[in-house]
Design a protein around this ligand. Structure first.
Ligand code: KG4
Ligand code: ZN
Length: 341
């Protein structure tokens, strides 16, 4: 089965073709970072308009690279939420329309289920069950995955998502957007001994997160002294150190509580090198294993959407011609796919 995937939930336009026998045939991404940089965050209306401009040329390029004609496509998957409604509607409208014209089924896919299953696209893919840490610009979730569509939320952020905290801290430091890579780069020159930031909510039981206090701590530290280049690097280091440590502590706790020995990390913050190194060291001490998608499949992409579409279409899921997208959508409300316990 060959599935076309379309991703337009936020500021990346993505198109991919996944083949059940041959794997990922092609995937491309057009990033709108340059468009939004000037505003320090994503402007929803500009994002939607740019998806309209970029989606069709990207589709043509990906089909050509995958040497795939319309007659080779067996189904279409597009991101139906959560995300920016205007942006989602662009991908959903194209996906539905193509499916109607090509007479194939189409499915609206949950963006976070895409991130969750992205490691399955790698040759060393994790077996179910596993614990997933989903860390993106909009979500911080610990999920117990016992089957396709069987997701129990063990912990989540009560305020800012960790990616959002990286973005806000970067803004306070006058670094560019998106903040994650900018903080990570600046932290490289930081002195580990200069500042120590708090690890929020790690001193009490439970798996929920809170990152807004870390942002306030960063703001206060920035205001307390002149922001010379070394101080900036030292603060970036301390922020990253605290954010990463907090995630590692909660992952260890989730593995202990569930008794699982596999941890999957996905979402944009999963591209963070320090997080990857420290999680690897932590799981080793527990006799567990950690799985990551390659960095380009950690951040938003259409390959993960095509893959989820393939799994669900394969299980016989179908939808009407109606175009439905959702700005908010709980991962725990998804339909389990039978036969995948
Ligand atoms: O999953 P994603 O690409 O988009 C969403 O669905 O949100 O995640 C984007 C988030 C942004 O907040 C960005 O700052 C963060 O992931 N990010 C990083 C890194 N690369 C991207 N955070 C920390 N370190 C990185 N290397
Ligand atoms: Zn995402």
């Amino acid at each position: 089965m060959r599935v076309l995937g379309i991703e337009t939930s936020c500021d990346d336009t993505g198109v991919a073709v996944y083949d059940s026998d041959r794997g990922l045939l092609a995937h491309r991404l057009y990033s709108q970072i340059k468009l939004h940089e000037h505003y320090g965050g994503v402007v929803p209306e500009l994002a939607a308009r740019d998806h309209i401009r970029k989606l069709l040329p990207l589709l043509r390029a990906v089909l050509q690279e995958a040497q795939t004609g319309q007659q080779d496509i067996d189904g279409i998957a597009y991101t139906a939420g959560p995300g920016l409604v205007g942006a989602l509607l662009v991908g959903a409208s194209l996906g539905r329309s193509l499916a109607w014209a090509w007479d194939v089924p189409a499915l609206g896919v949950h963006h976070m289920e895409g991130h969750l299953l992205a490691p399955m696209l790698e040759s060393q893919s994790p077996e179910i069950p596993f614990i997933a840490l989903l860390v993106s610009g909009g979500h911080t979730l610990l999920v117990d995955v016992t089957g396709l569509g069987r997701y129990r939320i063990m912990g989540e952020s009560r305020d800012d998502a960790v990616g959002e905290a990286f973005d806000k801290a970067a803004k306070l430091l006058g670094l560019g957007y998106p903040g994650g890579p900018a903080i990570a780069a600046a932290a490289g020159a930081g002195d580990p001994r200069r500042f120590r930031f708090p690890r929020p909510m790690t001193d009490r039981p439970g798996l929920d997160f809170s990152f807004s206090g870390l942002k306030t701590f960063t703001r206060n530290t920035v205001m307390a002294q002149p922001l010379d280049p070394q101080t900036l690097a030292d603060i970036a280091y301390a922020f990253q150190d605290a954010a990463v440590d907090t995630l590692v502590i909660k992952c260890r706790r989730a593995l202990q509580q569930s008794g699982r020995d596999r941890l999957v990390v996905a979402g944009g913050v999963g591209a963070n090198r320090v997080l990857r190194e420290r999680l690897r060291a932590m799981v080793e001490t527990m006799g567990a294993r950690v799985f990551y998608p390659r960095p380009e499949l950690c951040t938003d992409n259409a390959a993960m959407i095509a893959y989820v579409g393939y799994r669900r279409l394969c299980a016989g899921e179908r939808e009407s011609l109606q175009i439905n997208v959702r700005a908010r959508w709980s991962l725990a409300s998804l339909q389990p796919v039978d036969g995948d316990a």
